[in-house]
Design a protein around this ligand. Sequence first.
Ligand code: MUC
Ligand code: MG
Length: 373
Amino acid sequence: MLETAIESIETVIVDLPTIRPHTLAMHTMQNQTLVIIRLRCADGIEGIGESTTIGGLAYGNESPESIKTNIDKHFAPLLLGQDSSNINAAMLRVERSIRGNTFAKSGIETALLDAQGKRLGLPVSELLGGRVRDTLPVAWTLASGNTEQDIGEAQKMLDLRRHRIFKLKIGAGEVSRDLAHVIAIKAALGDQVSVRVDVNQGWDEAVALRACRILADNGIDLIEQPISRHNRTGMVRLNAMNLAPIMADESIECVEDAFTLAREGAASVFALKIAKNGGPRAMLRAATIAEAAGIALYGGTMLEGGIGTLASAHAFVTLNKLAWGTELFGPLLLTEDILGEPLVYRDFELLVPKTPGLGLCLDEDRLAFFRRA
Ligand code: MUC
Ligand code: MG
């Protein structure tokens, strides 16, 4: 048997509490559910991946349970016995037989990259062509649902020197109340911070036309996914108004969406996410399309734990330009960790490890404790 053959793929669902309820337009999170992938090879190397979404099926087309079932029943039989060191061939084999399922694909590709990095003694960033920076700026999302609490939380983050970019989750509530909430937070935090909003598709175009203008007039730097992902021409019209920059998030469900949005001029910033594109390498293909079209980049998250966060980080550090920074704060939203060592956040940035693979190890006891029965 080939030394680098894949011998087994195990999926583990882990439920972890959040530090507070996290309210998005479509769902309020009380905890986060991670799907951990353990890909073991004949040479004894284990690659670790993560496929995580938000709110069951509230955000994307895959749930933690469907991700686990689909990897167990469909991905694993395709991959067992295949060469884990040839990531192109392994992912092509997956791509030929499995439509969509980008979240599951992302976790599998991450595990392959981690395994190969460990085998070669290289960080994943080097497998992806090499890093151009060692740290990444990290935004924090204010989503307690309460204006005063959000202001206090932002001030604490500034004092800790952990975050100075804040993203506000709006779109679920009454529009005038949402706008007042955002304006109050921006006024309290002042010009030393960047305040942005994520509407998570919550508005129709008529509301967005008025609301985006008010947000821009009040110093909001970036407006993420104001309207439905299906209303692409509406995104084009909003983008053409040249108010605050419009960022596409849910509009990008695959690399091909990135091309369509770029061609049509639907956004001036793209939120890049490994889960939405089908893995770190697929995400970098979307980034290349954006760069060629003159669209600025932002390192997004599906609020993954440490594994998915580091997989994203290793890919983001290879990008020439990341004008809008990242929001790789997922592990900081959780009260518990399943990694041996927590990720290092310092001076408003995340440090990306230089040790082989993703640069992490699992805490087996904590994983056993938090895994779903
Ligand atoms: C999203 O839509 O961007 C990212 C940060 C956060 O709080 O929610 C996510 C999802
Ligand atoms: Mg978003």
